[in-house]
Design a protein around this ligand. Structure first.
Ligand code: ADP
Ligand code: MG
Length: 391
């Protein structure tokens, strides 16, 4: 086997001298082992890295100066080089170098053949990839951080977007509701007045001039008109409440007073027991009417959820810098599908419901810097929590 060599020693320098210098001064740690796995060559970089005296390594195997575990590992690789007659790599390996520094190394072991082509040795060439790993790690960290920040921003944007869409939808609905309610309130007023006049007139008619059954029928019909007008009016009031939430006027207010206002506004059925617990809570700076309005809507739902009676528990407590009013009922609870969309307009399970009570409550409470949520709801009942910052 004859091939041109790509090197030539300078004039006056012996070839072996030139090669020895080259190997010695290569910046990569290099070693050569014979077929008995004994070190027969270590360059300067290798000796410095290993921190072992040359005498401890030269002519010795790994087992003479390394741990059994590490030696086993290297031996397996060496055997593989000889048996496969091909390159074997240790892509990444951590160790403490002769100076006590943590290093990351990458080693390639290749067979070395003699002139006859026989594999007589293996050469190990080590690359110190410590800095590379550090850079990689830093890059990975910063890209992780970047991803996290992008994810954070995306989440915040999605929330802001949802909020905008919700507010816009509420505003449109509010304008529509307000307009319709206003238009209907006038004819309703006229009907109510007409019914009133009719009722008076019927009272004036001589009883004999009216067949008794007819009289009964007429007054029954008038009653129906009266009740239905009343009901329609209630719906219109709800719509208008929803449509025109005014800017809150905040005053220092006692929470107990707000609770009592909201309770007093209801005709509580006698089958419902009320437990009112107001701990020693500080005053709040809120629009009392609006907060009572919100509470009214939540209480209204609670009463409606207990058609056969039950217990309503309303309790005010301090939590962190806030006052929490908890409203619990022992009613029917609600389906999960309703709970998921509780504060959206027009979500209702009631034949005559509008599905505006809780949206209105939420708008009112959030206008005071507070919040409202449904804490639990199952067959044993439902609990809402209304939170407002303390004054
Ligand atoms: P509406 O009372 O007109 O239906 P709301 O916005 O006040 O509208 O309530 C929406 C829905 O939420 C109700 O229809 C009901 O299904 C459910 N809900 C609210 N509060 C309760 C409660 N305390 N118990 C059971 N279901 C409730
Ligand atoms: Mg309601």
């Amino acid at each position: 086997m004859d091939h041109a060599r790509g090197w030539r020693p300078p004039a006056g320098v012996a070839a072996h001298e030139f090669l020895a210098q080259l190997v010695e001064q290569l910046p990569h740690p290099i070693f050569v082992k014979d077929r008995e796995f004994r070190y027969v060559l270590m360059n300067d970089a290798l000796v410095r890295m290993s921190g072992q005296p040359v005498a401890a390594m030269l002519g010795k195997t790994d087992y003479d100066f390394l741990s059994k575990e590490r030696s086993d590992f290297y031996r397996a690789k060496d055997v593989e080089v000889f048996s496969s007659a091909a390159e074997v790599a240790i892509l990444e390996e951590e160790l403490i170098d002769g100076a006590g520094r943590q290093r990351v190394l990458s080693t390639r072991k290749v067979p070395l053949r003699d002139a006859a082509g026989e594999i007589t040795h293996l050469i190990g060439i080590i690359s110190d990839i410590t800095d590379l790993k550090a850079v990689q790690e830093a890059l990975r960290n910063s890209s992780d951080q970047l991803e996290e920040r992008v994810a954070d921003r995306t989440r915040a944007l999605a929330l802001a977007q949802d909020d905008l869409v919700r507010k816009e939808r509420l505003a449109v609905l509010g304008r529509l509701a307000g307009g319709v309610a206003h238009q209907i309130r006038n004819p309703l007023g006229a009907i109510k007045n007409a019914a009133y006049v009719l009722r008076r007139r019927v009272g004036e008619v001589e009883p004999s001039a009216f067949a008794e059954t007819a009289a009964e029928e007429v007054s029954h019909s008038l009653e129906i008109i009266h009740d239905e007008v009343q009901r329609a009016n209630k719906i219109i009031t709800d719509l208008l409440d929803y449509a025109r939430v005014r800017v809150p006027v905040r005053r220092i207010t006692s929470v107990a007073d707000v609770i009592d206002d909201a309770l007093r506004a209801h005709d509580v059925p006698s089958t419902i027991r009320i437990e009112r617990i107001v701990h020693d809570v500080p005053n709040v700076a809120v629009d009392a009417d609006q907060l009572a309005g919100a509470l009214f809507n939540v209480l209204h739902n609670a009463f409606e959820a207990m058609p056969n009676g039950g217990t309503l528990t309303i309790e005010a407590t301090v939590r962190d810098a806030s006052i929490v009013v908890s409203i619990g009922d022992t009613g029917t609870g609600m389906p999960a599908s309703v709970r998921a969309r509780l504060f959206e307009p027009l979500v209702t399970t009631k034949a005559l419901g509008l599905g505006l009570g809780l949206v209105t409550a939420r708008t009112l409470v959030e206008g005071q810097g507070g919040s409202i949520r449904c804490v639990s709801s199952d067959h044993r009942g439902t609990r809402f929590e209304l939170t407002v910052p303390s004054a």
